[in-house]
Structures are given as C-alpha cells and as structure tokens.
Design a protein around this ligand. Sequence first.
Ligand SMILES: O=C(O)CCC(=O)C(=O)O
Length: 271
Amino acid sequence: MATHLRPELPNSHQSSDAKRRLHDEGWCVVPDVIDPQMIARALDRLHDAAAVSERQGVSTFMPVLDPNASNVRVFFLLEHDAIFRELICNPRALDLVEAVLGRSFLVSNFTANIARPGARSMTLHSDQSIVVPEPWHAAWSINIIWCLTDVRFENGATLFIPGSHRWQAHADVPVDAAKRLVPFEAKAGSIVAMDGRLWHTSGANVTANEDRALLFGYYSKPFLRPQVNWNAALSPATQASLDPTLHAMLGLGVTANSGEALYINLLEKRA
Ligand SMILES: O=C(O)CCC(=O)C(=O)O
C-alpha cells in the first residue's frame, strides 16, 4: 500500500485545479460541496432507504460484489428521496461531469455503499471496462462520489491507482496492480470525481465502530446503456415530479441517445 493521499485543493482556483487533476490523474477531491445539515439529512435518508429496500425484499447485501454483509448497498436512490434527486443535479458535480464527458451525458446510476466495520475489498475494476469493450481511448463515464462521512484508509476509503485511466486494455493492467492502490481521503461533504477508466476497489473497514458512507453518482455518454436501467423503473409519481432537465438527464425523453435535450435544458437554466 502506498502513502495516503489528501489532494484537497485550496478554495481559489479550485475548479480549474480539480479539473486538471482529474484530467492528469483520473480523480480529484472537491471539499465542502454540501454543509453539515445537508450531510446529516442525506445520511438519515440513506439509512431510511436501506431499511425500506430490505422491507421491499431488495437485499442490501450483494454477494456478487462484496465478500460479506458489512457492505450495505442501496440501489434506486433517485426513487427513494428527493434529496438524492437534488444531489445528482448539483452544479459543482455537473461541472466536473461536463469537463470529462462534454455537453451530452446521462445519469446511468445512483447507488450507495456503506462500508461498516468488517467490510472487505471487492474485485479491482474500472467502471468503464465493465460495460465498454477495450480499447478504452476516451472517458465515456465518470463517478461523482458523495462523502457522507469522513473517509480515510482505516474506515474503508475507496482504493484506486492514480493514472490508471490511461490504461487502454486488460493487458495494460500490471500483475502488481494491487500494490499500486492508494486510498483517497476526504471530509464529509466533499465530492470525489473519478474518471470511468480509473481502476479501483472498495477498501476494508478495519475500525471498531465507524461507518463509511458513500454515494456513487454514475454519469455516462448518452449512447451507453446502463448496467441496470433503474431510471425506467421510477414510479409515475417520481417521474411526474422531475423537472425537464433531470427528466432529460435520466434518459427518459425521446432524445436520450443524443443528449441534446439535456444540453438545451441546461443552457436555459443557466441563462
Ligand atoms: O465502495 C467503494 O469504495 C467502491 C465501490 C465500487 O467501486 C463499486 O461498487 O463498483
């Protein structure tokens, strides 16, 4: 394991420095995107969503992903609460998404992974390699990770390989990849942007009693089909509550595959 990284950026020039780091290293941290009240509210709604999910028969333990039930997975966040629909549209998050994907993109997925004490790592992967055949010449997806707790190596920070977004094929993944993993560290309220090509895995939570709660907002080029089309399953009531930009961003409109409707809506909002 290499050294811990804390690449928080000073407030001035934050945006351009963050984008430069995202371009050069495949990831960046932006601190203080949401305040303590919002963090507490999101955490509260996340725990409610996990309980509702279990009650509905959707297990929060995914043996295909995690070695044991100490990782609590919550899917379908956009249906669970309006706060998640607000976070997925956060302008500072979308600014980083646009920097990587350009003007047209869709929300592919919004899920949570709470690493509780005893949680262990999943398999090393890049998110893009799961849905796009090699070679990976360009970023076609990006994760915006919302930190609802402080995140550090000991409580299971996501481990990643800086610069691995430049690997273009499975053959580029070195045999000693696991030794190159480093944890990101960030305070609650930060977002971490991660290029879809960056190789990473979840960390082990070796603390006695400290949860690590992260939300993963996954955005992709509009022509990429999501692994699971959660957006199509949004209830009629939730769909009716969406503003036109979010409706377009979820790929629910007829122009989803080009993303044009999204761009027009974003421009109108910014005008
Ligand atoms: O929870 C984490 O730190 C990483 C999760 C992840 O990479 C995934 O679910 O694909």
